[in-house]
Ligand binder design. Sequence first.
Ligand code: CO8
Length: 257
Amino acid sequence: MTYTTILTEVRGRVGLITLNRPEAMNALNNTLMRELMDALQAFDQDDAVGAMVITGNPKTFAAGADIKEMAEKSVEEMQAADPIAQFDRIRSVQKPVIAAVSGWALGGGCELALSCDMIVASETAKFGQPEITIGVIPGAGGTQRLPRAIGKALAMEIVLNNRILSAQEALQLGLVNRVVSLESYLDEAVKLAEEIASRAPLAVRTAKRLINQAYEHFLRDALAEERQAFYGLFATEDQKEGMRAFIEKRNPEWKGR
Ligand code: CO8
């Protein structure tokens, strides 16, 4: 398979996917999301692979959905294209997926890391949901997975006021499994994936499914509601103003409508 926005390789029994749009801070445009999910599912079906790692580059894991791609979209266009549907595909992946995060994991990028089963972070990793600064809300699980992972009070601050978590804070809160040096975060993530890949495959898959089920029952409806609320904000002047302001590199002027 030839991809244009990601790189794939197999190391030992680990399928490694590298997000590869460095010029756009690995913004998750439609092509990247489709290729990422295609690659994950291909590895999921490959008997030579026992676990997967998703990574970015040392400066950025991913800076969120592609603002330039969606800034001028209407509610109807967002609902019809349903770009977040790609995110659902990660929930059907049976083998463990580890995010190796360095630098920015923002918006959809943070949500992508939260959708993985474990996170290995470099000491420069930064997690946040800055959607509020461009007039919208998280749309791919941020309002649901974050409070479950770190509690309501801090999730409120992150989503409502763009509070960014450092790698050490994320570790203390249990959001990430471990924080290691910038030089070793990817190797550590691959090593962890390799260890898990060496274990009894059926037991690993079953355990992953059951741990996710601890959340899944409540998560499904809530994710659907979050997604519609995200698309619904594309009817507001503030969404247009917020995203245009980001692209034009100026401060937005909120109208509250
Ligand atoms: N979308 C599109 N382009 C982006 C994005 C993005 N999310 N982030 C960065 N870029 C582009 C910049 O516009 C810039 O392009 P250019 O060179 O053409 O001007 C280039 O990447 C480099 O970025 P910066 O110059 O801004 O780099 P800095 O090092 O100064 O700053 C930051 C890095 C802090 C990461 C900054 O780029 C930033 O704040 N980015 C936006 C973060 C953000 O608001 N994310 C939320 C997006 S909305 C979202 O994720 C909703 C999720 C919905 C579900 C997901 C569906 C797939």
